[in-house]
Every structure is written in C-alpha cells, then in structure tokens.
Design a protein around this ligand. Structure first.
Ligand code: ATP
Length: 217
C-alpha cells in the first residue's frame, strides 16, 4: 500500500524529496511557511499547504499524526527544525526524518526522538570525493566499518568474460550480488553469465578488497 508522506520545508532538499516521492506513486503533503514555495510545489505534489511547522495547532489541524512518515527539511532555522521535530514526536508521528545542518544539530534531533537524521551536504561531499578518487565506483553503501556494497563499472578488461573467468570471489574475496546492463538487472548472477564493458556489478566485500577490485575493473 502506498505510504502517506508529509514534507515540511520546500527548499532544494525538501522539494526534491517531495517531488520524487510523488513520482514514485505516493501521496505527499507539502508544507511550507512561504506561500511562494507552496505555489511552486502545487503542480508536483498531492497537496501543498502554507503553515508554520512550529505551530502545534496548525500541524494538528492538518492531521499530521495520520501520516506514516514526516520529513523535516527546514535547514537554516535550526530552532524551527528542532521545535517542529519535537511537536511531531509529541503528536505521535510514527517515523520522523530530519535534515540536519551539522553534527550538533543532528545530536539534538536524535535526543528528542527523530528516527532518522540526514546530512545531505556532508554525505554528498563524501560521495563526490569517492567518485573523484575511484571514477568506476558509482555508489557505495557501508554495511559495517570494514564492509560495503559497491557499484563497480566493468571496464574493457572484463568485456566478454564470464564471472567464472573473472574469478572475483577467489581473487578479491568479493561476491557479485547483481549485474546491471542498461535497464536490465540480473539479481541471481551465475558463473557462466558474461560481463560486458559498461555493465555495473553490485559487489559486496571488505573495503580493501573492493578497492583492489575497482583498481583492476
Ligand atoms: P535547501 O538547502 O534544501 O535549499 P535550506 O537549508 O536553505 O534548504 P531553508 O531555506 O532554511 O533551508 O528552509 C527550507 C524551507 O523551509 C524554506 O522554503 C522555508 O520557507 C521553510 N521553512 C522555514 N521555517 C519554516 C517553518 N517554521 N515552517 C514551515 N516551513 C519553514
């Protein structure tokens, strides 16, 4: 069943979250204190309402507690972000995701009961830096301190070879979880599946081993 989302604060981050959730088929209520932002959001969200998220009565009147997930994307005004989160928590919203400006802000948000805190600028900086150092790593998910899942782009060296021939498990100690070729994805790769240059290998392994693999890929 599609979830019901509310997004508070329609800056660059909040509006991107709201737009994407709508495109993914979910109902989205967009909230901002600025009427211009509401007008901009109206074409791409289910509902857009002007309200101050630090006003408990206003949030109650919107029935905010009935939403499955509320995203607080108020950036610059840290006090408003904290207050809105506190109110949402007290009203019993099941899942609250908040954008933090900095580490301290994030700590406070967790203390007052935010379920998830995101640091978009910091995380994007990490991604861009990683991608600059390793252009053939597209994405990275840290599973634990030493282990990650990485998306590695297959180079010409791998073109036409099977997974058996590449022998990634024995040579690098990594497991190929999936192979993406254009819009197709193979989620149960077999030893005789052939890799093409430009395919994306979704690989799990130790960070050191993943680095060795991407140097060779
Ligand atoms: P981004 O980086 O995503 O562009 P930002 O960090 O610049 O955002 P702000 O511009 O401070 O964040 O805030 C984002 C939006 O939140 C703005 O459109 C602003 O009108 C809205 N906003 C700020 N305070 C409140 C509030 N109390 N209630 C509702 N909306 C608010």
């Amino acid at each position: 069943m599609p979830k019901q989302f509310a997004v508070i604060g329609l800056g660059r981050f909040g509006s991107s979250v709201a737009r994407t959730l709508t495109e993914l088929g979910h109902e989205v209520l967009a909230i901002d204190s600025d009427e211009d932002r509401i007008q901009e959001a109206l074409p791409y969200v289910t509902h857009a309402v002007q309200a101050d998220a630090t006003d408990e009565e206003a949030l109650k009147a919107l029935g905010i507690r009935n939403f499955d997930v509320v995203v607080v994307a108020i950036g610059a005004d840290i006090q408003a972000s904290i207050l809105a989160t506190l109110i949402l928590k007290e009203l019993g919203v099941p899942h609250i995701v908040v954008k933090a400006q900095n580490h301290r802000h994030g700590q406070v948000l967790y203390k007052i009961g935010a379920d998830e805190v995101v640091f978009p600028e910091r995380d994007m900086g990490v991604r861009v830096a990683r991608h600059l150092v390793s252009p053939n790593i597209l994405d990275y998910i840290e599973l634990a301190d030493d282990y990650s899942i990485a998306e590695v782009v297959a180079s010409d060296n791998m073109d036409g070879k099977t997974l058996r021939e590449l022998d990634i498990r024995a040579k690098f100690g990594c497991n190929v979880l999936a192979i993406k070729s254009g819009t197709r994805i193979n989620i149960a790769p077999r030893a005789d599946d052939v890799i093409r240059s430009g395919d994306i290998l979704v690989v799990v392994g130790r960070n050191d081993d993943l680095r060795r693999l991407q140097d060779k890929a």
